[in-house]
Design a protein around this ligand. Structure first.
Ligand SMILES: N=C(N)NCCC[C@H](NC(=O)CCC(=O)O)C(=O)O
Length: 444
């Protein structure tokens, strides 16, 4: 039977802006208040997605969320018409307005954790939307994410949707950004690597000192239980707290895997050797563990260029390619490492560079922008086909962005009631294009 690993990229929303909302994410802090270009951001993302579809990969799209989120602002006591809610929030508490206007759902690696059917006890593909509790602006994504995923993967014979974990810091969950699955073939049972930043309940385990550890061990364990991924198929690894303190706020900023390849920085993991041994013991067959030493690429350069926030994809030929941001190509040392990597004799044979700078300036590289779902042919046939990217849908979405998106946005523009109207008009049209039904609050 055919098997696939589909990538579902987040379509960047019309309010994409730089608000400095993510303490611990260096790019987000550094670019706070810079003008953004939502149109360019969405087109950059679509271009990358289309290029992967053109390489013969299965590529889908995940719709953005309704922002500004006036419903949350109302919960915070801002009242009146929608325009008045925006105006009052802007006047007295611009931080709340910014948090409620972020287009952060574009980083769909944080949308959910997904376990393919070959790994789960009931033979279904399992989804748990991430609660993202560590950052307020992201914690308001989970409900709509749930609805969107259920509209895409609606067939209950194949897909099982869980509720997000309870909204508490002890169960902080950041989704697939801290989850990597290794396997021989996508439809064969693999080993799921759950990487966490700290344990909420065991005070003797190390913690970062400066920046937050967003994912807890307890959240990762709960997800493995919910998905029915047993001990033989899972490894729980703690992120090195020292790299979190250097800006590695998710594991996908310091490690990336695909099939039998794991590319990671030597400082990525705590208790590294024992954990890699456990991984090797549980993995059936040859495993390529590619360790990048600090002498070749420092943690700071990894954070700056997002060398590890690359996508490793398997091409129809069976060879693997790395999908990297142009920021890697522009950095002499990182470019030299990537040139060397394709000659190492591992399955990775080529590097393709993409400009996703609008997203990078908020700390989101190519891997942040996609949610991976490994499926067999039957499961893929059960996906809402309108969300899959082909030539026609790419053209339609490109025109949709060009028609509805602004090319410049500053934090003060977020209170413009016209922006809310533009967004709702655009999203209403999008739900028809992608056949998602009434997923947004304004449509209900
Ligand atoms: N590594 C992965 N998978 N995802 C990247 C997420 C970036 C996102 N940035 C933001 O939310 C910044 C928003 C702002 O500052 O305007 C975050 O920190 O959660």
């Amino acid at each position: 039977m055919k098997q696939f690993e589909a990538n579902f990229d987040g379509l960047v929303g019309p309010t994409h802006n730089y608000a400095g909302l993510s303490f611990g994410n260096v790019a987000s802090s550094q670019n706070a208040t810079a003008p953004s270009n939502p149109k360019a951001a969405a087109l950059q993302g679509l271009k990358k997605a289309k290029a992967l579809a053109d390489l013969g990969l299965v590529q889908g799209i995940i719709a953005p969320q309704e922002r500004p989120d006036v419903y949350t602002l109302r919960q915070l006591g801002f009242s009146g018409t929608d325009a008045q809610v925006l105006e009052k929030a802007a006047k007295t508490s611009p931080q709340w307005l910014q948090a409620c206007a972020s287009a952060s759902s574009m980083w769909t690696a944080n949308a959910a954790t997904v376990s393919p059917s070959a790994d789960t006890s009931d033979g279904k593909v399992h989804f748990t939307p991430a609660n993202l509790v560590d950052k307020f602006h992201r914690s308001i994504e989970a409900d709509t994410t749930s609805r969107i995923l259920q509209a895409m993967f609606y067939d209950k014979r194949h897909f099982k949707h869980h509720a997000p974990l309870p909204m508490h810091a002890n169960l902080g969950d950041e989704g697939a950004a801290n989850h990597t699955r290794l396997c021989q073939q996508y439809d064969e049972s693999g080993v799921e690597i759950f990487v966490y930043g700290q344990s909420a309940l065991n005070p003797s385990m190390p913690k970062p000192q400066k920046y937050p550890a967003r994912q807890t061990l307890e959240a990762s364990q709960a997800i493995a239980r919910l998905h029915g991924v047993d001990d033989d198929c899972s490894v729980f690894i703690q992120q090195n707290p020292q790299v979190i303190d250097q800006g590695v706020f998710h594991n996908d900023v310091i490690a990336v895997g695909n099939q039998n390849v794991l590319l990671f920085h030597e400082q990525a993991f705590f208790d590294r050797e024992a954990k890699l041994q456990e991984l090797q013991n549980k993995f059936d067959g040859e495993l390529h563990l590619i360790k990048v030493p600090s002498s070749k690429v420092s943690v700071a350069d990894a954070v700056k260029t997002y060398l590890f926030n690359t996508q490793i994809v398997t091409l129809p030929s069976g060879e693997m390619a790395i999908i990297a941001p142009t920021d890697c190509e522009e950095h002499v040392g990182v470019k030299a490492y990537l040139d060397e990597l394709v000659e190492l004799g591992t399955p990775i044979k080529q590097v393709l560079y993409f400009d996703v700078k609008q997203s990078m300036q908020n700390g989101g590289g190519p891997a942040c922008l996609r949610l991976r779902v490994a499926m067999n042919e039957q499961e893929l046939n059960a996906v809402n086909s309108q969300v899959l990217l082909n030539d026609e849908r790419y053209q339609i979405l490109t025109k949709w962005v060009e028609r509805h998106y602004r090319d410049r946005l500053l934090p003060q523009d977020l209170a413009d009631p016209q922006l809310l109207m533009e967004t709702r008009t655009a999203l209403d049209e999008l739900t028809h294009i992608l056949k998602l039904g009434s997923i947004y609050p304004f449509q209900r």
